[in-house]
Design a protein. Structure first.
Length: 122
């Protein structure tokens, strides 16, 4: 007996499993996007060891001790100028390139799952 949130993978063929995986990845991406748009701001936390962590910049928090944050913040204008020059020189990826890379990674994970399923079946 299964509940509505339970999937019986034993009753699925490989193609159905891959379709289910893709649907879950799309739902996960949608939830991450909605979470990011809801929070919008950064989160700050002091760790047990005294490090200051900044959340919502990317996948992982950035943690430094206070003196390192002060040093970094004192160079904010230099960092902004460096980013602007790198962007103008074409050294930084565009948002579209970043999105394309994420899509390539997603497709590679699906291909790997298909390969694994084929190896197990054959």
């Amino acid at each position: 007996m299964t509940t509505p949130n339970t999937v019986d993978f034993g009753a699925m063929n490989d193609q159905q499993k891959l379709a289910h995986l893709e649907a879950l990845e799309q739902e996960n991406a949608r939830l991450k996007l909605s979470k990011n748009t809801e929070t919008k701001g950064i989160g700050l936390k002091v760790s047990d060891k005294g490090g200051i962590s900044v959340y919502n910049l990317g996948r992982f928090p950035v943690t430094l001790y206070a003196p390192a944050w002060e040093k970094l913040l004192n160079h904010a204008e230099d960092i902004r100028a460096f980013i602007a020059k790198a962007a103008a020189d074409g050294a930084l990826p565009t948002d579209e390139q970043i999105a394309a890379g994420k899509e390539r990674n997603r497709l590679a994970r699906i291909a790997e799952a298909e390969k694994k399923a084929a190896e197990q079946a054959g």
